[in-house]
Design a binder for this molecule. Structure first.
Ligand SMILES: [Cu+2]
Length: 155
């Protein structure tokens, strides 16, 4: 009986430590996650954060294997009307700028460009958004935005 207890206790402690942070992250509506893959796809076509968030964090995972030079992904938040213009500006900005135009006010928030197996995140204040406003996110890697875009809802 005492031997059984010695075996069980560390196992239970380990379970508690592994489960707790996960449950917390999943329960925070201001912490959003999205993945991109080697097929030029995001796994989500919509992200939403409630108006109660003071700050919003978006974490982008690249679930693929290809390097960022061939299949880079980023996550760029814009007003819905600016998707095409920002995609074009990103292409012009080029690889050295991570395909994000520097100082472009149409870019509301963005992550850096990542390749397969990498993750990155961006945190931005919700004060840059209007509750009920119409926002879109896109990947600005050349040629990706037609497939990689989605709706961002705030409020
Ligand atoms: Cu991409």
């Amino acid at each position: 009986m005492s031997r059984m207890r010695l075996i069980l206790t560390p196992a239970l402690l380990l379970a508690a430590f592994t489960l707790a942070p996960h449950a917390y992250a999943a329960g925070d509506p201001c912490q959003l996650e999205i993945s991109g893959n080697d097929q030029i796809q995001y796994d989500k076509h919509e992200l939403a954060a409630p108006a109660s968030c003071k700050e919003i964090t978006v974490t982008l995972h690249h679930a693929g294997k290809l390097p960022k030079e061939a299949m880079g992904h980023d996550w760029v938040l814009v007003n819905a009307a600016d998707v095409a213009a920002v995609a074009n500006a990103g292409m012009s900005a080029g690889a050295a700028s991570g395909y994000v135009p520097a100082g472009d006010k149409r870019v509301l928030a963005h992550t850096k460009l990542v390749g397969g197996g990498e993750s990155t995140s961006v945190t931005f204040p919700s004060s840059i958004l209007k509750a009920g406003g119409s926002y879109q996110y896109l990947c600005t890697f050349p040629g990706h935005s037609a497939l990689m875009h989605g709706t961002f809802k705030f409020g």
